[in-house]
Ligand binder design. Structure first.
Ligand SMILES: [Zn+2]
Length: 106
């Protein structure tokens, strides 16, 4: 199951000025994680007056979150990297913390 993109778009217009051109496929278990990431990005963007931000793609790859953006800003990249790392510890299906390898939803 996927998270509802329209909810993100409505709440974070500065992150999604256009629909992500390569798609928004966010597993529901990571919805809370990415919501927090978006809040952090939104704050950073407004505080640093970044104009050209655009989310290009959100998806799962090799069991990890991928959040691709158009802006090449190292500080923004660092924020995203942190959340991408966290995603490996959270089950993409149910959102619970993984202890070892997740078997809760298999
Ligand atoms: Zn699970």
């Amino acid at each position: 199951m996927l998270a509802d993109y329209q909810k993100f778009k409505a709440r974070f217009p500065t992150l999604f000025p256009k629909d992500p051109e390569c798609g928004f496929w966010l597993p529901i278990g990571w919805e809370k994680l990415v919501w927090e990431l978006c809040k952090e990005l939104e704050t950073f963007i407004s505080e640093n007056d970044i104009k050209d931000f655009q989310t290009v793609q959100v998806k799962e790859k090799f069991n990890g979150l991928r959040f691709y953006i158009s802006t090449s800003n190292n500080e923004i990249r660092k924020i995203i990297d942190e959340y991408e790392s966290l995603s490996y510890k959270i089950c993409a299906y149910c959102g619970s913390q993984k202890i070892n390898e997740c078997d809760c939803c298999k």
